[in-house]
Design a protein around this ligand. Structure first.
Ligand SMILES: [Zn+2]
Length: 217
């Protein structure tokens, strides 16, 4: 690569990304999924983190917010950004928030009960030890298994929407600094963060998971 081309690329990479353009892209993705109307805002965060996330539900119409950090936008190419946005669109379209919040609320209620009742607290800790043991044996607990399923579904639907498996691969690798063995999402038991899966598992699933297998929540 000549110095001149390299300079041009740097300038191109630093061009500001218009949030309205990203929002228009998200709207078109929902339309492709049959949602003629959608109210999903795209927010570019200035946090010093490489992150993207969705908070939204799909009751009658998709509604919510997709957050993507400036740092992530700077890291990814245009087609990789499109795949990440499609992944977040999939989370909202498939109503994934409902499932994860249900588990979080159930756990919070159980912890609250445990603070008042020592017998219940002991029972909860036994349940946690059981979860840890089954994890060591190779089985994820229900809450972590749900996260894994949701992520793989969102990946598959995003590939279907963007028709671009190569960008899915490269985006996932860039997110981890090209280390496919690192954890993608974690769950916690007895104050220990444990991996839900590795990025390598997500990359492998891109080749075997089809949109037909996806269940809408
Ligand atoms: Zn996700």
């Amino acid at each position: 690569m000549t110095t001149e081309i390299r300079k041009r690329n740097i300038i191109k990479r630093r061009m500001p990304i218009d949030p309205l353009r990203l929002q228009g892209f998200v709207k078109r993705l929902f339309a492709r999924l049959g949602c003629k109307l959608s109210i999903v805002a795209v927010e570019i965060s200035t946090e010093d983190k490489i992150l993207a996330g969705a908070q939204g539900v799909n009751f009658l119409i998709p509604f919510g917010k997709i957050k993507i950090s400036r740092k992530l936008l700077d890291l990814l190419s245009n087609t990789e950004i499109e795949w990440v946005l499609a992944h977040e669109v999939a989370h909202i379209y498939l109503n994934h928030l409902v499932g994860t919040v249900s588990f979080a609320v159930a756990r919070a209620l159980a912890e609250d009960e445990a603070r008042k009742d020592t017998n219940f607290k002991m029972l909860l800790r036994v349940w946690d030890c059981f979860k840890l043991l089954t994890f060591v044996g190779g089985t994820l607990p229900p809450s972590a298994a749900l996260i894994k399923d949701q992520e793989l579904d969102a990946d598959a639907l995003a590939v279907f929407l963007t028709r671009n498996k190569a960008s899915a691969r490269s985006a996932l690798l860039k997110l981890t600094g090209n280390k496919p063995g690192v954890a993608s999402h974690t769950w916690e038991v007895l104050s220990m963060p444990l991996p839900v899966m590795t990025i390598r598992e997500r990359l492998s699933a891109l080749h075997i998971r089809s949109p037909q297998q996806i269940k809408k929540g």
